[in-house]
Design a protein around this ligand. Structure first.
Ligand code: MIG
Length: 742
């Protein structure tokens, strides 16, 4: 049997249960057996349910797969999920497994042994969200602090962990949704959405990595970024003209600091009109890029969704003619203020609009850019009064951060910072903005990615985005938006990136050095030291703030930055191999300790350290003036990366961390492929038991999709290393092995 339909008496509605595979069960509720929500913005591939065994007794239905047993009570619809050993992993709370109140749909579950609830996308605050309430509504909040709720992205997914078992829940609903993880009552958690249907997936682990693998089986996985996109990247709002961009590039050469990408922010455009270039500031945009490319720099420009309302502007005129912009129910085109002033917004829900937008990118692609930076796609709108203020503050009074809006104003409808709720989307106006809001950024990124594949099929792009929804990893890298140059925000990034990674998005980073405000030298050094472990490694800073390039903080800090940026490049083969793992399984690169040590009950307590792949444990310094810290080492033998001193875990040790040292430990049994001399790969081997999958390809084209790559399994037993080609489709690499002798 492939699906079971059940009547839920206390709601007078229906439930359809299906198994996506032996570990993933879908529960979809519907008023009238219509299951209107038979589409998904997050799950794009067709998912065919598998067969399961179904039994029936007087009071219950039982369905089972090779991993799970699901029992459903005929009298009240209660659902219980058991593993093979008959342990109950999850059960509805009382009779509240499904509840509809007006348009809202709710689901309550018992809190049993779950020690931690993780994921939920891009979140500030503690790593573990047990006892917290969270909302999903994509929002441009330039003052995000540890205690704010929602940010630019929505990922209605979480991972429930305890040392025995992990499972995940993906609530596939794009409306404004909420998760209360035992805040209201420690005996239950619940999630609900303002509208739509209760349609969720239970994803069994039992390990946290397997949950993420299951979740990304549904929502998709990243493509392999081009290797250059894993290097150091330099950005600024804004490098104001061609000369400045070139000077920055020259300076990197002069200072012998590797850098692969330079970004151009909004000021490269002609009056903030997307897909145009300011001819005064960038008279030879194309030539500038060509020259930079020769020197090893790539250029990535920003693109905002807002199209300037201007009758003499092609993109606007065309969009109007073709009826591509978002409208209200009454056919009036929605106009909102953003950087260009009055602007209109493409209706990215429609495939033809996405195609058109993707095509528009071509003018820039042809000028030689290497990717697209998608911003403001929550979508963010600046209320018109603020718009005038912002321009005044940033461009004339040189503010280093936006003023705070009093919170009583923010709650008012007239202060809405996004499209009006009256906007309707789709060919036949079939969607309200409430339903589309959270996926607007995802759809823009999709347009961006697909447009790129058409315009330049021979090269992988670097697509980055600020807004997103579950599944964004298929199209884009994500940066965590407008942080500040303060210690608290360096710390915050450690946690945000762990949860975003658990949410299936591996290619992620925060603005290194902080965006708003001036960065101080010590903070900059600490941030670069941490930043080399961000999968997406970009230094970016806001207009009017102190310049933030590595040489802006004195020679000592610059030396530190150089040393670390070079280390990042050295680790590139390791990092690229981790991206292969992310592409295959969704496994994050920057990992919470519980991902590598799922059975360690203490691992969850140390949110201020993380794993970089399976081998490196990184313990950043995040306080001013600190020169040492405690590091928790899970079970096993650990090598101090800097001096190879060994330690036995589990243990908490105190380590010295002068300004030029970030504590890094390597797990015994690790095999680390590093960039060696020439084209050789240097394998640094830390004796013990272990294995590593080394991946390589041309690093730039899509040829890997045709099997043109190598995959090599290195296995280590004590200090004996062996290798085996699992796939050989690319030219052979020379490996040089250095084994540490204890
Ligand atoms: O309202 O393009 O997060 O990275 O530099 C600010 C200017 C708009 C917000 C982005 C930031 C970017 C800035 N943008």
């Amino acid at each position: 049997m492939k699906e079971k339909i059940l009547y839920i008496p206390n709601q007078d509605e229906y439930l359809k249960v299906s198994a996506i595979n032996n570990k993933i069960i879908r529960f979809h509720f519907s008023k009238d057996r219509e299951w209107r929500h038979n589409y998904s913005f997050a799950i794009e591939k067709e998912i065919l349910p598998i067969d399961f065994i179904s039994e029936e007794s007087e009071n219950e239905f039982l369905i089972s797969t090779s991993f799970l047993k699901i029992s459903m009570d005929k009298n009240n619809g209660n659902i219980k999920i058991y593993d093979r050993e008959n342990n109950c992993i999850l059960s509805d709370y009382e009779n509240l497994g499904y509840k509809r109140v007006d348009k809202k749909v709710y689901c309550y579950k018992e809190i049993k042994e779950e020690t931690a609830f993780l994921g939920f996308g891009e979140r500030t605050g503690d790593l573990n969200k047990k006892g917290k309430k969270l909302m999903n509504w994509n929002t441009d909040n330039p003052h995000h602090t540890p205690d704010i709720d929602h940010l630019y992205q929505s990922h209605p997914f979480f991972l429930a962990w305890n040392p025995q078992v992990s499972y995940g829940i993906f609530f596939d609903n794009t409306y404004r949704s909420y998760f209360d993880m035992g805040r209201e009552n420690e005996n239950y958690y619940y999630f609900f959405a303002e509208d739509g249907e209760l349609d969720y997936y239970f994803i069994y682990g039992p390990t946290p990595k397997e949950v993420i693998e299951g979740y990304t089986e549904l929502t998709g996985r990243c493509y392999l970024p081009p290797v250059w996109a894993l290097g150091y990247q330099q950005s600024r709002w804004s490098y104001k003209d061609e000369n400045e961009v070139k000077k920055i590039a020259e300076k990197f050469k002069e200072e012998n600091i590797p850098c692969n990408v330079i970004y151009v922010d909004i000021d490269y455009m002609d009056g903030f009109r997307v897909f145009t270039i300011d001819k005064n500031k960038f008279p030879n945009f194309e030539k500038m890029i060509e020259e930079l490319n020769k020197e090893g720099f790539r250029v990535v420009p920003i693109i905002d969704p807002g199209v300037k309302k201007d009758d003499s502007y092609e993109v606007y005129k065309e969009g109007i003619e073709k009826n591509y912009f978002c409208k209200r129910e009454n056919e009036e085109i929605f106009v909102g203020h953003v950087w260009p002033g009055e602007s209109v917004f493409p209706d990215f829900v429609r495939e033809e609009v996405r195609k058109w937008w993707g095509e528009k990118q071509r003018v820039l692609v042809e000028k030689g850019i290497s990717g697209i930076w998608n911003d403001m796609n929550e979508p963010s709108i600046i209320p018109s009064f603020d718009y005038k203020m912002m321009r005044l503050l940033f461009y004339h009074l040189k503010f280093k951060e936006p003023p705070r809006v009093p919170s009583f104003l923010e709650k008012e409808d007239f202060y809405s910072k996004t499209l009006s709720a009256e906007v309707v989307h789709g060919e036949n106006k079939e969607f309200t903005h409430d339903e589309i809001h959270n996926v607007y950024g995802l759809l823009m990124a999709k347009a961006s990615f697909e447009g790129w594949r058409d315009a330049k099929p021979e090269e992988r792009p670097l697509i980055i985005t600020r807004a997103g929804f579950s599944g964004i990893q298929k199209y884009s890298a994500v940066w965590t938006g407008d942080n500040k140059s303060i210690w608290e925000h360096l710390y915050m990034s450690i946690i945000m990136l762990q949860n975003l990674g658990i949410s299936g998005v591996p290619f992620i980073g925060a603005d290194v050095g902080g965006f708003w405000r001036d960065c101080e030298p010590e903070l900059f050094a600490r941030w670069i030291e941490l930043g080399i472990f961000y999968p997406f490694f970009r230094n970016h800073s806001a207009t009017n703030t102190k310049n933030q390039e590595p040489w802006e903080f004195g020679e000592h800090i610059e030396d530190i930055a150089r040393k670390y940026i070079k280390l990042r490049y050295k680790l590139m083969p390791y990092l690229y191999s981790l991206f292969y793992e992310a592409k295959e399984k969704g496994t994050p690169i920057l990992r919470s300790l519980i991902l590598e040590f799922p059975k360690d009950p203490n691992a969850i307590k140390y949110e201020d350290e993380f794993m970089f792949g399976p081998s490196f444990l990184v313990a950043p310094i995040y306080e001013k003036g600190k020169n040492e810290r405690d590091v928790y080492l899970p079970e096993g033998t650990w090598y101090n990366f800097w001096n190879n001193e060994t330690f036995k875990g589990p243990n908490i040790i105190k380590v010295e961390a002068p300004l030029d040292i970030i504590p890094i430990f390597v797990k015994a049994g690790s095999i680390i492929p590093m960039r060696g001399e020439g084209n050789k790969i240097e394998l640094r081997v830390y004796p013990g038991e272990g294995e590593f999958l080394y991946y390589e390809d041309d690093g730039i084209s899509w040829d890997y999709e045709k099997g043109i790559y190598n995959l090599v399994r290195f296995s280590l037993s004590k200090d004996k290393l062996s290798m085996e080609y699992i796939h050989k489709g690319f030219k052979e690499t020379e490996f040089i092995t250095s084994i540490l002798n204890g």
